[in-house]
Structure formats: structure tokens, C-alpha cells
Ligand binder design. Sequence first.
Ligand SMILES: Nc1ncnc2c1ncn2[C@@H]1O[C@H](COP(=O)(O)OP(=O)(O)OP(=O)(O)O)[C@@H](O)[C@H]1O
Length: 260
Amino acid sequence: MAGVLSLDDVCVRRGGRNIVDHVTWEVNDGERWVVLGRNGAGKTTILQLASARMHPTSGTVEILEDRLGRVDVFELRPRIGFASAALAQQVPGDELVLDVVLTASYGVTGRWREVYEDLDSERAQTLLDAFGVGHLADRTYGTLSSGERKRVQIARALMTDPELLLLDEPAAGLDLGGREELVAALAELAGDPASPVTVLVTHHVEEIPPHFTHVLLLRGGAVLAAGPIAETLTAENLSATFGMPLVVDRHGERWSARAQ
Ligand SMILES: Nc1ncnc2c1ncn2[C@@H]1O[C@H](COP(=O)(O)OP(=O)(O)OP(=O)(O)O)[C@@H](O)[C@H]1O
């Protein structure tokens, strides 16, 4: 599948203005995208569109070759893995960690009467193991640290074996060690050709994991630049994105930025 996600001249209008402003953006098979922009730039809104949780005011959104507005979003959503702070807040604190991952099969949070196969439980456990939180499977979600919760959320997002993985600020609120561990786990995921096409929203270039291939820079709801990371994540583009003179450094496959 070439076109995994395609936005064509998309606007989202709220409160009398375009919070997504004529965005055209194409995400193809095998790509791993980072989305950067200031607070309020429209990053979360674009992920809402990409996860079939919002319709555009104008323009077209195609996800996994289905056009929003012409497809049953309830059939589409299981094909998209999504992790965000807002979604994480819906997880009941007394839910067992294994169940937090398992319930993604039905697109619900909070286990009730659904029937799961042993294979599902094994998959949930394998995913928790892959993110280094397998030993927490029997704990309740509410007792986990924020770093542990982030990992569980990503494991949950992968439970349905999605074709598209969307991560909204997965490293927000983590300490340095937690961030680095998460970046390493995401780098491993991104480096695996069998992994889904991934879009990661972040505020910090330091959180870009190795193996991410492309970057979308947003300003005021509009695309400032988009393309392969090495040529797009320049000091000039990042300075324009954040509205201040910035220096950008690349250390191997990691990035850092600071004021000039
Ligand atoms: N229903 C709404 N009515 C009016 N304005 C809205 C509405 N929803 C979002 N906005 C505004 O749209 C803009 C984009 O919001 P969005 O959450 O997409 O930004 P973001 O880039 O994810 O920001 P942050 O980095 O702070 O999370 C913000 O200025 C927000 O206040």
C-alpha cells in the first residue's frame, strides 16, 4: 500500500478560524513521521483526523485508502493504533495492565464481558514484554508510574496489529531516563520493517527516535515544511516553526535544538 494517509487541502474550522489550514500531506508505506509545532499549531487536531476521530470542514482525508465520509469509521479505527494522553485518561485505574492492552481488541477501555482467546492474551503479554513492562501485567494500571503507563499505552496501540500507528506526545512528562528508554523502544519499533507506518507528535527534537524518516513542521495550522528528516529539519525551518532563532544539531540519528 503506497498511500497510507493522505490529506488534500484539508481545513478544520473552529471558533471562526482554521485551526488546520489548507494542509496537504502524504504518508506512504514504510515511512516514520515526526510532527513538530508550537502549542496550538494543530498537531493533535491532525492526529484526530488521521485516526478517523474527526472529519475535516473541507478537503479530503484518505486513511488506508478509505476516504473519511465514505467509510464506516468503526471498521477503520481498529486498523489504526492510537495512543494519546486523552485516551489514556479513559483507562480505569483499577484495570489490570494486561487487560489495558487486551481490551484494545474490542476498541474499549475497561474489561467487561468480552471474550478473549488465549492467543490474544499471549499477544498482549508479548507486547508488554517488548516495551519492558511485561513484569507489570498483573498490576493495576493506576499503580504504574507515568513512564510505565506510556509504555503500556503503546503496547495497547499495537494490540490490533495496526497498519498505521499514531502516537501523540508519548514522551511527555517522562524524566530523562524514562525518555531515553522510551526513545530506544520506539527506535527499535521504527527500525523493524514489519512495524506499521508511524506518526509521532512531539514538542522536542530530542525525543525523535532513530529510524524516523520524515518530518512535518506545522505553524498556525498550516504546513511550514514537510519531507525527509535530514533535509527538512534545518535550523531555518525549525526557527520559522517556533518563531525564534534556533540552532539544530544532529548527533548520529539523534537531534538537539537550542536558542541561537
Ligand atoms: N473546539 C475548538 N474551538 C476553538 N478552538 C479550538 C477547538 N479545538 C481546538 N482549538 C484550537 O485549535 C488550535 C490547535 O489545537 P491542537 O490541540 O490541535 O494543537 P496542538 O498543536 O496539538 O497543541 P499542543 O502542542 O498545545 O498540544 C489551538 O489553538 C486550540 O485552542
